[in-house]
Design a protein around this ligand. Structure first.
Ligand code: AMP
Ligand code: ZN
Length: 117
């Protein structure tokens, strides 16, 4: 169920807040990050409100798998596969998570350092 009272990304899912969507289907929505950290920066979110990676349970196995598979398909559609790209799921405050609706960042179009900051 969407948590439209409090969650920014649930409100993007319902269309209450406008985002530049690059993909949507029955399970996930993907849109451009409003503050891009790379030439391509897309967020992929499940329609279901799950706050963090840490909240996933075995009941969410299908959603979690879909999030990864769709991220790869979207990256391919955005022509990121040949050069490579990064997929990041920040989990909790120490990791820099600011929106508590699970999301995969797809970052591409430049080289990335390791370890990340
Ligand atoms: P995180 O810090 O991992 O929780 O990532 C949250 C991301 O959401 C950040 O990269 C923000 O730039 C992005 N963001 C916040 N508000 C919006 C919005 N209205 N539309 C698109 N991206 C957003
Ligand atoms: Zn939400």
């Amino acid at each position: 169920m969407p948590n439209t009272d409090r969650c920014l990304f649930c409100r993007i899912v319902t269309g209450e807040i406008v985002a530049k969507k690059v993909h949507e289907d029955d399970e996930v929505v993907a849109f451009n990050d409003i503050n891009p950290q790379a030439p391509t920066h897309v967020l992929v979110i499940p329609r279901k409100h799950i706050p963090t990676l840490d909240d996933l349970t075995t009941a969410d196995t299908s959603i979690a798998g879909t999030l990864m598979v769709r991220s790869a398909q979207i990256a391919r559609n955005l022509h990121l596969s040949s050069d490579g790209y990064r997929v990041v799921i920040n989990t909790g405050e120490a990791a820099g998570q600011t929106v508590f609706h699970i999301h995969a960042h797809i970052l591409g179009g430049r080289n990335f350092g390791w370890p990340p900051g």
